[in-house]
Design a binder for this molecule. Structure first.
Ligand SMILES: Cc1cc2nc3c(=O)[nH]c(=O)nc-3n(C[C@H](O)[C@H](O)[C@H](O)COP(=O)(O)OP(=O)(O)OC[C@H]3O[C@@H](n4cnc5c(N)ncnc54)[C@H](O)[C@@H]3O)c2cc1C
Ligand code: HEM
Length: 392
């Protein structure tokens, strides 16, 4: 499994403290064991859920009726996170978010115990003789550290575990893209640039992440841009079957995309597809101020038809001189002022962007390609921020 298989698990996006030797040894044991177990992931998942639902029957209601659609999401998430226990700088802030986010399911401490027991039992069954006492101790210790961190953050959170909002508008922008505006009962305390997990009535218990495309408003309303992905359970249902009056449930706001207006640094924004939504939210917030750092937004798609939001971004730029919008089109005819190629190519044609804060938002493939090409071009890793999109 790659880091991209789990979302939005942090990757090596910041400088790490050296892990103590004991932790490094623990992670080595965990990783070696997982290499041997990984080919059996479907069987491990099946055994894991069977045991979990026996140990803690109430947890069955947290998961979709048809377990096939998640294809062992939780097991893959657990294993990925456990393997990161030697990277506390990335892991701890992520676990705190995750612990708060898990309150929306109704998870209580006893469930963490059941999940730990089921995970270890499943690994033991499929690893046979490779499940030595040292390996068992390593997995148990890592799981305990992680579960404790999540539970502490959950216990300290005074917000509601989830929020509801009602669909006030659902508009098809194209055959595979919809704008959905919601009005919450109680304003959700998100910051511009953040995202939320969402459960829609057409797909109960299949939570997915979406990014509001607007900054927080006084009336609390939020706008989402949703693209139907091929074979997608939730996105296709949202685009095709959302109705006015539907009630959506939201988890707590997550993510770390932001603009530091005080830093004096200019900003480079790079958006692919609906990845433009959180960046538009940040621009919406900046536009409420008279003075801002200069912002250059590269907004790309495979074809010009994919740049569904270009007109409103250009309108924003026309009244805000600190903003420049550059469309980027990969193939087919271009449009006025556009660059050609992938976003990675277009952005790096302009050099390494020294002194800029860089925000990247889009599909996992686009983020991966853009970040790695920028690093080769000389941009420093700690200039770049992104919240990776899920893929599995
Ligand atoms: C931080 C974050 C913010 C997000 N914000 C938005 C947003 O504002 N608008 C929006 O439309 N989506 C957004 N997404 C993606 C969204 O959460 C779902 O992953 C996406 O809608 C697919 O869900 P699904 O249930 O339809 O597909 P699934 O049933 O989960 O997957 C079906 C197939 O689609 C593939 N797939 C899954 N996600 C993607 C993707 N993003 N691109 C291409 N293929 C994919 C899977 O590999 C699988 O083969 C965001 C994701 C993250 C992590
Ligand atoms: C250390 C403990 C845990 C870790 C690290 C963890 C991690 C994660 C992560 C990263 C996801 C997101 C996967 C995605 O949607 O992309 C997830 C989803 C989920 N988690 Fe946890 N989790 C833990 C404990 C628990 C517990 C105790 C429960 C309760 C039974 C639980 C129930 C769920 C559910 C229902 C989902 C939704 C995905 C699905 O339907 O499988 N988790 N978890």
């Amino acid at each position: 499994m790659t880091a991209d298989a789990v979302s939005p698990v942090p990757r090596s996006s910041s400088v790490h403290r050296e892990a103590p030797p004991a932790v490094t040894a623990m992670v080595r044991l965990i990783r070696d064991a997982w290499k041997k177990a990984e080919p059996y992931t479907p069987e491990i998942s099946q055994f894991f859920y069977g045991m979990l639902f026996t140990l803690a029957p109430a947890t069955r209601d947290f998961f979709p009726i048809n377990m096939e659609v998640q294809r062992g999401r939780l097991v893959r998430a657990l294993v990925h996170v456990v393997q990161m226990v030697d990277r506390p700088d990335d892991l701890v802030p992520f676990l705190r978010q995750l612990g708060r986010d898990h309150r929306k399911f109704g998870v209580i401490p006893r469930h963490y115990e059941a999940v730990g027991t089921a995970l270890l039992a499943a690994l033991k069954k499929f690893l046979g003789d490779d499940w030595t006492p040292d390996v068992e101790r390593a997995w148990a210790e890592a799981y305990t550290i992680i579960a404790r961190s999540m539970q502490e953050a959950a216990a300290a959170d005074t917000n509601p575990p989830s929020w509801t909002a009602t669909v006030a508008e659902h508009r098809r922008l194209s055959w595979d893209l919809a704008l959905v505006r919601l009005e919450p009962e109680q304003a959700i305390p998100f910051r511009a640039g953040q995202y939320l997990s969402v459960e829609v009535p057409q797909r109960p218990r299949l939570w997915r992440y979406l990014s509001p495309a607007n900054a927080p408003r006084e009336d609390g309303s939020m706008e989402f841009h949703v693209r139907a992905v091929e074979g997608g359970w939730v996105s296709r249902a949202i685009v095709s079957h959302t109705q006015d009056g539907d009630v959506w449930r939201f988890g707590p706001p997550l993510g770390r995309m932001s603009v530091d207006r005080e830093s004096g640094r200019e900003v480079l924004m790079i958006a692919g597809g609906t990845g433009v939504a959180p960046l538009q939210s940040l621009l919406d917030e900046l536009s409420q101020w008279g003075e801002n750092p200069k912002v250059r937004l590269f907004y790309g798609g495979h074809t010009r038809e994919e740049l569904y939001n270009l007109e409103s971004l250009r309108a924003l730029a026309s009244t805000n001189p600190w903003l420049t919008v550059t469309p980027v089109v990969e193939r087919g005819p271009g449009l006025a002022g556009c660059e050609h190629g992938t976003l990675a190519e277009a952005v790096t044609r302009h050099g390494a962007w020294p002194g800029h804060d860089v925000l990247v938002s889009g599909s996992p493939a686009m983020i991966r390609a853009t970040v790695s090409r920028m690093l080769v071009a000389g941009t420093a890793l700690d200039q770049i921020k992104y919240d990776p999109f899920t893929i599995d």
